[in-house]
Design a binder for this molecule. Structure first.
Ligand SMILES: Cc1ncc(COP(=O)(O)O)c(C=O)c1O
Length: 267
């Protein structure tokens, strides 16, 4: 699994009795999971490749070549793939999202997870979906039935409306997110101590900053001095140190005002 990555993956792997092996992703690769880097870490004990594109916290989007490379590795080494595609609709600059489960020969070894939280702004409704081979699905169902039992019924009606209704609001929001991304990138470029490549998806920027503070200290400092909540990059893994994750899932005025306060506090 990538490092940095969304905080929940590693505990989930541990809970399942596995060991998460980090694939360090790099700013200069736009934080993509490079198949060659994964290949170097595969051992006879490797069971699964877990990745997330578009990604939280970096906004990285895997290219079709990356996806094909990861699929080849999975087939060559007989691995399962868990692909978290929860930001699948939120891609910018004409980039396309590719599902690894749709690559030839991958359907039987891919577990695709996604949900309503991001595309339909239904965070907190606890609604999502999973696509998996039958054998995996049977195991998942056994645990899910006796822990979660079922999704809340009124939320299911909401999800049904989201899926069957017009998808125009999704298009509008993706356009809006792209504008917010452009705005926050412009404001970040005005802060000499912040450096960031343009993220291609999701709704986060992951700038590197120049100063001695650790990223969790830096996040607390900004909370205190700028009244802006962001997350220290090290929360997502060691490779996130000296970075901050800022979400732009808020309106443009908040982004503008918040970043002005960040600029002042950093200065
Ligand atoms: C990469 C990623 N996967 C999954 C989720 C979880 O989404 P939910 O539990 O709301 O469906 C999040 C939420 O932030 C996320 O960033």
């Amino acid at each position: 699994m990538p490092n940095p990555a969304w905080v929940t993956y590693e505990p989930c792997v541990q809970l399942a009795g596995g060991r998460a092996v980090p694939v360090t992703t790099k700013e200069e690769d736009r934080w993509r999971v490079i198949p060659e880097a994964v290949a170097e870490l595969i051992t006879p004990k490797t069971k699964m490749i877990l990745f997330n594109s578009p990604s939280n916290p970096c906004g990285a989007v895997e290219t079709h070549d990356d996806i094909r490379g990861l699929a080849d590795l999975a087939k060559d080494h007989n691995l399962l793939v868990l692909s978290d595609e929860v930001y699948e609709k939120i891609v910018f600059d004409g980039m396309k999202h590719y599902s690894i489960g749709a690559e030839p020969g991958m359907m039987d070894r891919t577990i695709t997870v996604s949900g309503f939280s991001k595309t339909y702004a239904m965070t907190g409704w606890r609604m999502g979906w999973l696509i998996a081979p039958k054998l995996i699905f049977k195991g998942v169902n056994k645990i899910q039935q006796h822990s979660i039992t079922h999704a809340v019924s009124f939320a299911q009606y909401g999800a049904l409306a989201a899926l069957t209704g017009s998808q125009e609001p999704v298009k509008m929001m993706v356009k809006e997110f792209q504008e917010r991304r452009d705005l926050i990138m412009k404001l970040i470029r005005e802060i000499p101590q912040f450096h960031c490549d343009v993220p291609k998806g999701a709704f986060y920027v992951f700038p590197r900053y120049d100063n001695k503070m650790k990223s969790d200290e830096m996040a607390m400092y900004l909370m205190d001095k700028a009244e802006v909540a962001c997350t220290g990059g090290s929360s997502f893994g060691s490779a996130g140190e000296k970075h901050l994750r800022l979400s732009y899932a808020t309106n443009k005025k908040n982004i503008q005002d918040g970043m002005e306060r960040v600029k002042k506090a950093v200065a």
